[in-house]
Unconditional design. Structure first.
Length: 265
């Protein structure tokens, strides 16, 4: 019953792949993690038969364009629905304080005032503290600061279908968090490009990883399943190439989902 629906798996600059975002779905509801950077979020939800109004929980990991701006497009639709009295239950948005400020500031400048008012009537913001625990759709999530080198970024840990799953946002894992990740059942981590193509895509200088570098670390941490996303899009056989490079360095299972692919836990 528990599944991860990948709406997008691309990095911040992809055109055909949508920016990385996904829905965690269980019997109690849907939880949207990040929103990508454009109106494409609305289309992606449609493509997986999720009604915008069915999403009552949204987490935004950090305030970069490819994670936050899809939310503004959702606001445009939801704000209108709110004004028309079409939203019955409030929407919860979980994010850190920097993300909250960014959302409010951008919304104020790019959306009509009445839409922003409509949104304020139906959205409850939960400004996350490091290590805060929140129940979402009957699942206990612990949100934590991933100690990113860039802007403040949160990830989370939860138990889904008796398995420990950790989402680590879109930066190379800070060694301070190795203990937390050790022996996890599922780790969701970015892989910007293949190691063999680092000199083309420059993952490291952007605080990103290669399929090889992240696989090596996760192998040392005895992780069982590794889900890689937030990649470049130059290959038609990306899944095959990234899985191969990952498998050469990791003894567990590697998942390199395509956009709209569903991972059953
Ligand atoms: Zn990103």
């Amino acid at each position: 019953m528990e599944k991860i629906i990948m709406l997008g798996t691309g990095n911040g600059g992809t055109l055909d792949l949508y920016n990385t975002c996904f829905v965690i779905q269980n019997g109690n509801g849907k939880f949207l993690v990040d929103t990508g950077g454009s109106i494409e979020i609305i289309k992606r939800l449609k493509q997986v038969n999720i009604d915008l109004n069915d999403i009552k929980h949204i987490f935004i990991s950090h305030s970069h364009t490819d994670h936050i701006l899809g939310l503004i497009w959702m606001f445009k639709k939801l704000g209108r629905a709110s004004i028309n009295g079409e939203i019955e239950t409030n929407i919860n948005i979980y994010c850190n304080d920097v993300v909250y400020k960014s959302i409010m500031e951008v919304s104020k400048h790019v959306l009509p005032e009445k839409i922003v008012k409509g949104i304020c009537n139906i959205v409850d913001f939960h400004i996350l503290k490091d290590e805060e625990k929140i129940d979402i759709n009957g699942v206990k999530y612990t949100f934590f600061d991933i100690q990113a080198r860039g802007t403040k970024q949160f990830g989370f840990e939860c138990k889904l279908n008796e398995k420990r799953l950790i989402f680590l946002g879109d930066e190379t894992l800070n060694p301070n968090l190795y203990e937390r990740v050790k022996k996890s059942d599922y780790v969701m981590h970015e892989a910007f490009c293949l190691d063999s193509e680092e000199s083309i895509f420059h993952a490291y200088e952007k605080n990103h990883s290669t399929a090889k570098s992240v696989s090596k670390v996760m192998n040392d941490l005895e992780v069982k399943n590794l889900i890689l996303y937030h990649t470049e899009e130059s290959h038609n056989n990306r899944k095959e190439l990234y899985t191969k490079e990952g498998n050469e360095n990791f003894s567990g299972n590697i998942y390199v989902p395509d956009d709209l692919e569903i991972i059953e836990l």
